[in-house]
Design a protein around this ligand. Sequence first.
Ligand SMILES: [Ca+2]
Ligand SMILES: [Ca+2]
Ligand SMILES: [Ca+2]
Ligand SMILES: [Ca+2]
Length: 491
Amino acid sequence: MMPSRLVTHCLSRSAWAIALAATSICAQDPQRGSLQSLPIAFIRTGQQPAELEFSYYNGGSGGEPEVIPVAPVGTPYAGAPDYRMSQMFPAVDRAWIEIDAISSGNDNIPVDPTNGRVIPQNGAIGWSILSFSVDGATTGGVNTVIADRRSQDPLRFGADIYSWGFGGSTGIDPQYIDKTWLEFSAEEVDWLTPIDELESLDFQAGLLFERAGQTDPVFLPNTNQDFYFSLSRAAVLNAPSTLPAGSAFASVTLDPGAIYRITCSNGIWSTASVVYDRTTLDLPDDANIDAIAVHASDSVIFSTDDVSTEQFLVHVGGQTFRLRDSAGNTLSSLTGLDNTSSTSRNNVDALCGIDPEHGVFSSAIGTPVPDPLDVDEDDTRMSLSVSRYHRAGNVTTPQLLAAVSGWHTSSPQDGEVLLHVFSGVAWNNGLAINGSTQYHGAIHVPRTATQQQVYQLLPLPNVGTGTFAIFAEFIGTNGGHGLSHPSVMEF
Ligand SMILES: [Ca+2]
Ligand SMILES: [Ca+2]
Ligand SMILES: [Ca+2]
Ligand SMILES: [Ca+2]
């Protein structure tokens, strides 16, 4: 096999370590996400009882993620939290229950308790991404990704997932800092028809489900099998006036502006407790919380359905603030979702925070690090997501799942994607090949010009523990060429 351009390029470089500052940032279309290889736990609007579902790569037709309704599947993965409504809320007529916000308590974005600003995590690796969805009546700000998506796909953009990378993040590709991007579209995660809203989102619950409940201190630090949620307005209106003894809600006040928690222990869920009530959160009497991202025992980023006000709020240190970046800008204004103009009507309806423990790489999801090869390549729009993958809850023999999206050019063409795996790379504010670096070769994946994403399972390099870097390289049949940012994981 002829060595690819990437390999010759890499191996010919005596000093692969290139300072972060040397990475060029080109004017470009919005780049795509780095999270789409993760399983997603979600709830679609209008489902009663509101069963959780999972979008999960199952190796099926087309090699793309499929929606797995958890209820018929039951609990296939021993040790995973049992997310069936019948298990979470036993001994109660569940027909009235509609959940409009979910979190597993792993949304560990650090927020300053004195002012609601996200705290930059100084050091070589410290990054925070907030993923969200909007509802289908959202206008989006002028010239934003969200408004673009609304015009492209007006019936389905309410099921899209967007992300924001907070300023002050370190160790990630600068393309993911201070920007909103389309993480993935409704079409790409294979929503069933008729197309619904995505209105609750948690990547980590998807991982807990897939990994049979296994936590890790970097990405799944909440060692309790918690399920935080809010009830919809309709649920509270439709609830029976008397709930039976033993009901999950027997000892709490039903309020759409409250955040509840149930906890699974040995497969049995506790009854619901109120973690934050409407008064504590400083919300008006008629408030409805419609999105949450819970940092267990610390804080909660949340939203309400009041489209006359701020969409990104945070409760931390006993106070509620508008959520701001470290420079003091509200996230609502940064994303163009601030509802300040008379023509804007923006509603965030799902939230999930991604923030691996600072200073280390995750074993669950690849970190999109600055590209050391991004010197003479016009490659900045192709994105790569890599995560550790456990087929059917098999936690003893994980693989890697790679997802490539976006293109290096505005003119996609047929060709193939090569996924290059390196181990033993070093990190010092930049990725470096050193004496112990091993190249494990490339997996070739065909890609046509119409494929928005390609997914591929990879074997784990057989080198024990350590740091891995994976690149995606595109080689077009008409001479096109592009590289993704490297994605780094640590086992
Ligand atoms: Ca939505
Ligand atoms: Ca609610
Ligand atoms: Ca919601
Ligand atoms: Ca909202």
